[in-house]
Ligand binder design. Structure first.
Ligand SMILES: Nc1nc2c(ncn2[C@@H]2O[C@H](COP(=O)(O)OP(=O)(O)OP(=O)(O)O)[C@@H](O)[C@H]2O)c(=O)[nH]1
Ligand SMILES: [Mg+2]
Length: 461
């Protein structure tokens, strides 16, 4: 990709809207717009102050034909999204006016931007680092307020700051070791092995703490896979509907109603939950239902959280007991459903099988206990709340992998230290670590990594 040319794209979604925006970035942006935009007050666009907006007419410079009225913003380098001159043409939002405006810009020397190319330029021109560029995608695709807050935090550099701190510490240790290598004959000790060991240990601890936030981060991004399971007819689909407040899944008194896994999103206090309603688990000869039960068991394996439903108005069956045994190792909440009916199963009956799991009474029919269930889910997952956005959290698998690589290199270094290897060996491990961690913010990211990241963007961002 070449940073010399001027790029353009439609930056708003395709379809009819109040307004639509064509964005231009690059050194010719201002001369292109002055050819095709006639400001109402006949101002000379080139001399206008930066970050100003102007009303006028878009016209074809060859035929003189008027295309649309428009508001044009002028943002001059370097304080812009890409650090280049940026023009945004706000025209009427239909597909045709936008396409005509884009065509005019293209005819006058700009080229169509690739997906994410504006953000890529922001990165290449040093306005943001790679982790911040990735945060832009996360902001666009956030599913809840909390995932948004997390992504905005990352864009503002919360994660980058801790990564840069680790990098700087590694660079400082390398510098001391390399000085020691260069002046090996001088018999001066620049940094003691003891000190290297201590500083590396501290850095490994910091990296580990970051890696440990990744589960939480993944949850914000992908949602907590929450499986509603239980034997047939206990009210699983009714619970899904109660959580969604809509009749999403079919509910009937016939056991074996749900055959396939039904997936929906809900939001509990900012946490995205991917709720999976499953087929009731029982022994059956019905081929379709056998497949449904197999899928239920698969879902249980993959779930982050299990809501095990028991019909509290009936005595515990062997199926209930077997299921409790199957899932006892999982993160689990037991729900005694149908609390509107006379209760037969008590909390203590469950505790005999699952002594340390939470038990909540609910009625999927009346909605009783659903709010309490939400509170229990929230507490179980975040034990006392979370301040997303105010501390670094790893939300990106790529970052986690890079941190793990960094950690491995540093562990090699710790071994080399133990085995009293020479400074040269220590420097190699340190360089490895430095390379790995630099992938996150982009200092050492290869062209391949960059391409993969920016391909995920939409055109115009
Ligand atoms: N009284 C009462 N009935 C309920 C409650 N929840 C569900 N039911 C009834 O129980 C029956 C089964 O409900 P479903 O939600 O279809 O149960 P399920 O667990 O999804 O059943 P399968 O999909 O067949 O495994 C229906 O007749 C529901 O109306 C409840 O809290 N109270
Ligand atoms: Mg069902």
């Amino acid at each position: 990709m070449n940073n010399e040319d001027t790029i353009c794209a439609i930056s708003t979604p395709i379809g009819e809207g109040g307004i639509g925006i064509v964005r231009i970035s690059g050194k010719d942006a201002i001369s292109i717009i002055s050819r095709i935009f006639l400001p109402k007050k006949n101002k000379n666009l080139k001399n206008l102050p930066t970050h100003t907006i102007h009303y006028g007419i878009m016209k074809d410079d060859k035929t003189g034909e008027k295309i649309d009225e428009a508001l044009v913003s002028i943002m001059k380098a370097p304080n812009t999204y890409t650090k280049e001159d940026v023009i945004e043409i706000n025209c009427h939002g239909g597909a045709i006016p936008l396409k005509r405006a884009l065509e005019l810009v293209l005819k006058n020397g700009a080229r169509l931007a690739e997906p994410g190319e504006f953000t890529k330029r922001a990165f290449l021109n040093g306005r943001i680092d790679l982790a911040q560029a990735e945060a832009v995608i996360d902001i666009i695709s956030s599913k809840t307020e909390d995932s948004l807050r997390l992504a905005v935090g990352q864009l503002s550099g919360i994660l980058s700051k801790s990564i840069i701190a680790v990098r700087e510490e590694l660079i400082s240790i390398i510098a001391s070791i390399e000085a020691a290598i260069d002046f090996v004959d001088e018999d001066i000790e620049f940094i003691s092995r003891d000190e290297i060991g201590k500083r590396i240990k501290k850095t490994v601890d910091e990296i580990e703490a970051l890696i440990n936030t990744a589960d939480e981060g993944r949850i914000y991004k992908e949602g907590i896979a929450t499986a509603i399971i239980g034997r047939t007819n206990v009210g699983k689909s009714s619970l899904l509907n109660a959580l969604l407040k809509e009749e999403r899944a079919i509910v009937t008194p016939i056991p074996g109603t749900t055959r396939d896994v039904i997936e929906e999103w809900i939001n509990i206090k900012g946490m995205p939950l991917r709720i999976l309603d499953t087929a009731g688990i029982r022994h059956t000869e019905d081929i379709v239902e056998i497949e449904g039960v197999r899928r239920s068991r698969e879902t249980i394996k993959k779930a982050d959280l299990i809501l095990l439903l028991i019909d509290g108005s009936l005595r515990l069956s062997d199926e209930d007991k077997n299921l409790m045994d199957d899932v006892k190792e999982k993160k689990l909440i037991v729900l005694l459903n149908k609390s509107d009916l006379p209760s037969v199963v008590k909390e203590d009956d469950i505790k005999k099988f699952l002594p340390d799991k939470e038990v909540v009474s609910i009625s999927a029919l009346t909605g009783e206990g659903i709010d309490e269930l939400k509170a229990v889910i929230h507490n179980l997952l975040f034990k006392g709340g979370i301040l997303a956005g105010e501390r670094p959290i790893i939300t990106n698998l790529r970052h986690k992998t890079a941190l793990e690589k960094t950690k491995r290199s540093l562990e090699n270094l710790q071994n080399s230290l133990k085995e009293n290897m020479s400074e040269e060996f220590l420097a190699v491990d340190l360089r490895g670590a430095l390379n790995a961690i630099g992938e996150i913010t982009g200092e050492t990211a290869t062209e391949d990594i960059l391409n993969k990241i920016f391909e995920e963007f939409c055109v115009g961002k």
